[in-house]
Design a protein around this ligand. Structure first.
Ligand code: ADP
Length: 623
């Protein structure tokens, strides 16, 4: 017999399991049954390509048995089994180590979190068992092995005897305490309930010996206790069942059983389509984003079945990137079972299904938006960014599909509005859909240019996501109304003749200021939009100041600059001061111009080019 240590990571996870304070310990059964079912699947797949193996459905099953005296619960399967090496590799090292490494060391202390984020599979047995014994005989092998562990300090492997191929997992249950009852996992009704609840759609029979009182044969009033082996799960996949017979709870259980997430799904969508392509699908909108959603590690995709047999765990071609957060299964009898990944990509049937699914998701989201605004806003907070990236990255090809799903904060009560709602509220005289970008709603609200447009009675969309303006630029317009940044230099809101006159009168001054600022600005001009602020930095052209900020933050972003226009408020006292300097004091004009420009940068949230010079200038002014 060899005694071995667990690998470091596994040891830590095991510790967590053994000392788990997790309340949902019962999921261990689901995990072990899933493993058993996977093991049978493996034989099934082998049989597809190996003529020596005959897969006779009746030979494959999972059996759960409880021994109250020994306090042992056994989960047996007739699956592919494990060799000695398999036992060592599969059970000695944590399976999901990739995602495990994803978590930082310090976060590991919290057992909740770990179990909340990842399926922990086999190790979950240690939540309820003080000792776990695995006896396994691999397919086509004569010898069997026994793997045994009492927790984090290690495991042993030794030769064992077993007649049939497959695996027995024997759990020696922990002693019950006042807080925790482990004996319930020996109770027939409890086990039955758990199997029904979590493992009803496992495709192989899950059997258990069930006792009942029955009339004695040949007797009319004498009863006896009989034990019969019964299959507890219905085995019919959820998606094949009639929608009307299913409850929210059924869908939610399926979501958990499939490990789609540890949240409750926000919404489930059940499709049974009998058209050009026949397929069933169950799709879920999660309520919380998986924590790796916005990382490279995240893999989008739906589980793909062909006539009830899994062909791919995450088929990416079924979902566009912008709906990459959707989880679910698709089953179609029109797809070939032996189709390869590469072929799938070009499969006409699959493309048709993908198109329908995309439209269905959109319709459901629109329904949610119309009928349950609060829920939709919650959804959008979590996943809206992805929709906006979707518009941007596909150059607006999906405009029709996505634009109605967008919501933005607006100056009207700082509530979220759809573009439709905005346009409906537009007055006759309003030409554009106005927007303003910034770090937060409050900051945007205080921008001078925002004040000006609000005073005109126009509503403004507030962009606080970096991607917002980029997405809008790609959309260009909505219902023929163009989007317009409130910082655009060419706002062409009411031509103001007096201002034109002021502009004309001060031409020399404005040109001098432009010369002082050189390339920093394209022009210095009299503003028609300022009320209380002396200066303001507008932008011309495609790149706005907000976009400049975002682009320059990107790791490989070139330094892209917006064409800036310094606007001066002619009604402000400061303007009078400047005029005086223009007439007599060249040096002061220089100083004032630079100060004003830098103040405009500050208001826009842009970095000062030279903070030391800026403060020196202020001292000069004070002095
Ligand atoms: P996961 O199932 O997520 O891979 P587990 O920790 O549950 O992780 O299991 C680790 C591995 O052990 C499985 O991938 C599988 O190869 C093997 N295994 C577990 N249970 C069984 C079983 N009943 N029969 C055969 N192999 C099994």
């Amino acid at each position: 017999m060899e005694k071995k240590e667990f690998k470091a990571e596994s040891k830590r996870l095991l510790d967590l399991m053994v000392n788990s304070i997790y309340t949902n310990k019962e999921i261990f059964l689901r995990e072990l049954i899933s493993n058993a079912s996977d093991a049978i699947d493996k034989i099934y797949y082998k049989a597809l390509t190996d003529d020596n193996i005959v897969f006779n459905k009746n030979d494959y099953f999972i059996k759960v048995s409880a021994d109250k005296e020994k306090r042992e619960l056994t989960i047996s399967d007739t699956g592919i089994g494990m060799t000695k090496e398999d036992l060592e590799e599969n059970l000695g090292i944590i399976a999901n180590s990739g995602s495990f490494a994803f978590k930082k060391e310090n976060e590991l202390k919290d057992g909740f979190d770990i179990i909340g984020q990842f399926g922990v599979g086999f190790y979950s047995a240690f939540m309820v068992a003080s000792k776990v014994t695995v006896i396994s005989k691999a397919l086509d092998r004569d010898e069997a092995y026994r793997w045994e562990s009492e927790g984090a300090d290690g495991y042993t492997i030794e030769a064992a005897s077993k007649d049939v191929t497959g695996t027995d997992i024997i759990l020696k249950l922990k002693e019950s305490t006042e807080e925790e009852n482990y004996d319930e996992y020996l109770q027939e009704y409890r086990l039955r309930g758990l199997i029904k609840r979590y493992s009803d759609f496992i495709r192989y029979p899950i059997k258990m010996d069930i006792s009942s009182r029955k009339l004695k044969e040949g007797s009319e009033d004498e009863y006896e206790d009989v034990v019969e082996e019964k299959t507890l799960n219905s085995m019919i996949p959820l998606w094949r069942k009639n929608k009307n017979e299913l409850t929210d709870q059924d869908y939610n259980n399926f979501y958990a059983e499939k490990h789609f997430g540890f949240d409750e799904p926000l919404k489930s969508i059940h499709l049974s389509v009998d058209g050009l392509v026949k397929y069933d699908a169950i799709l879920y909108l999660p309520s919380t984003p998986p924590m790796d959603l916005y990382t490279k590690e995240y893999e989008k995709g739906l589980q793909l079945y062909s006539s009830g047999v899994l062909i791919m765990d995450k088929c990416p071609d079924l979902l566009p990137d912008y709906f990459g957060f959707v989880k679910g299964v698709v089953d179609s009898e029109d797809l070939s079972l032996n189709i390869s990944r590469e072929m799938l990509q070009h499969d006409r049937q699959l493309k048709l299904i993908a198109k329908k699914i995309k439209e269905k998701i959109k319709d459901e989201l629109l329904n949610l938006l119309k009928n349950d605004r609060e829920k939709y806003e919650g959804f959008f907070n979590n996943f809206g960014k992805q929709l906006k990236y979707g518009i941007y990255s596909e150059f607006g090809m999906n405009k029709d599909l996505l634009q109605d799903l967008l919501i933005f904060y607006s100056s009207k009560d700082k509530k979220l509005v759809t573009l439709e709602e905005y346009v409906e509220r537009m007055g006759e005289d309003q030409k554009y859909i106005y927007y303003a970008g910034g770090e937060s709603l409050d900051r945007i609200d205080r921008l001078p240019q925002v004040e000006f447009i609000k005073d005109k009675g126009y509503e403004i969309l507030y962009f606080i996501d970096e991607v917002d303006e980029f997405a809008i630029k790609v959309l260009r317009d909505f219902k023929e109304k163009e989007f317009k940044s409130v910082s655009a230099a060419d706002l062409d809101l009411d031509k103001d003749e007096t201002k034109d006159k002021v502009q004309e009168e001060n031409k020399g001054l404005l040109e001098s200021m432009k010369e002082i600022l050189k390339d920093k600005v394209k022009e210095v001009r009299i503003s028609t939009r300022l009320k209380n602020h002396p200066v303001y930095l507008a932008s011309e052209g495609e790149v706005s100041i907000e976009m400049e900020k975002v682009l320059n933050q990107m790791p490989n972003g070139e330094s892209i600059k917006a064409d800036k226009v310094l606007e001066i408020n002619p009604d402000h006292k400061v303007f009078e001061k400047i005029k005086e300097t223009y007439e007599g004091d060249k040096e002061k004009l220089d100083l004032y111009t630079n100060l004003l420009y830098n103040q405009a940068l500050l208001i826009e949230g842009l970095p000062l080019e030279d903070p030391v010079e800026f403060t020196n200038n202020i001292w000069k002014l004070l002095g």
